[in-house]
Design a protein around this ligand. Structure first.
Ligand code: ADE
Length: 246
């Protein structure tokens, strides 16, 4: 899969392709992440990317021309990309949106800036995405978040097992994790994790996921269609609560 990110801060955005599992996937060729500077697609000597808003008002607006030129350039090179504009007015980004985007062959993400983007750019935008109800000073961080979360769903970037166990994959929060030492500063790792009984460990982890989800995200918990394993875990949890766990 290829993700192209258009920005006025290419050095900043470039960090998304250099670290951790995403860095390794780029290195091994599973993922192509290209970062492009809007200024390289301007046609004036000063490489101007913004201008005053028609009708007046505060701030500057990003000019349409570089967006159209970038879209045309990459469409000719790789075929028409699925095109995203980061904006607080967009649809809310979540794991489901990330997973569906990971099915696309080419994605182009335009990082919005300043007070906004000339509305005519929407002609080439397939989806406006917001990463939350707050205003960032630009779309770069949003584009990096989208790029990272989408990449995790691309086969080979992380182990499939890890993705399935991630919080939200299944509308369930992740269970708690522990590593050595078994006792640290007087705090112990739950006994069941040291037992070597994989059946019990699975039930415990499912129960912990359900407990966290119920406490932190009751909205997800109440609409859940519980699997047989989850029902077993819930019974285990209730027994544990009344001091009768087996
Ligand atoms: N640009 C500014 N704020 C944003 C947000 N919350 N999500 C996506 N892009 C943005």
């Amino acid at each position: 899969m290829r993700i192209i990110i258009a920005t006025i801060f290419p050095e900043f955005v470039d960090t998304v392709r250099r670290y951790g599992v995403i860095g390794q996937a780029v290195e091994s060729g599973i993922l192509q992440i290209e970062v492009v500077n809007f200024r390289d697609f301007t046609s004036d000597k000063h490489r101007v990317v913004d201008d005053y808003p028609y009708g007046g008002g505060p701030g500057m607006v990003m000019k349409p021309e570089p967006f159209f030129r970038i879209h045309k350039h990459y469409s000719e090179r790789y075929g028409k990309p699925f095109t995203i504009l980061t904006s607080p007015q967009g649809v809310r980004f979540d794991n489901k949106v990330a997973q569906s985007l990971s099915q696309k062959e080419n994605i182009l993400i335009f990082c919005g800036r300043y007070e906004g983007v000339d509305e005519r750019v929407m002609e080439v935008v397939d989806l406006e995405i917001s990463i939350g109800d707050y205003v960032l000073s630009g779309g770069e961080l949003a584009a990096m978040v989208i790029c990272d979360a989408v990449s995790r769903f691309v086969p080979g970037v992380v182990e499939e097992e890890s993705v399935k166990k991630d919080s939200f994959y299944n509308d369930l929060l992740d269970y708690p994790h522990y590593t050595r030492p078994a006792e640290f500063a007087g705090m112990e790792v739950p006994q069941v994790l040291l037992s070597g009984d994989h059946g019990k460990i699975e039930i415990y982890r499912t129960a912990e996921s359900l407990k966290r989800t119920a406490l932190r995200r009751p909205d997800l918990f109440v609409k859940r269609d519980f699997s047989e394993q989850e029902k077993k875990a819930l019974i285990w949890l209730i027994r544990e609560l009344i001091g009768n766990a087996e």
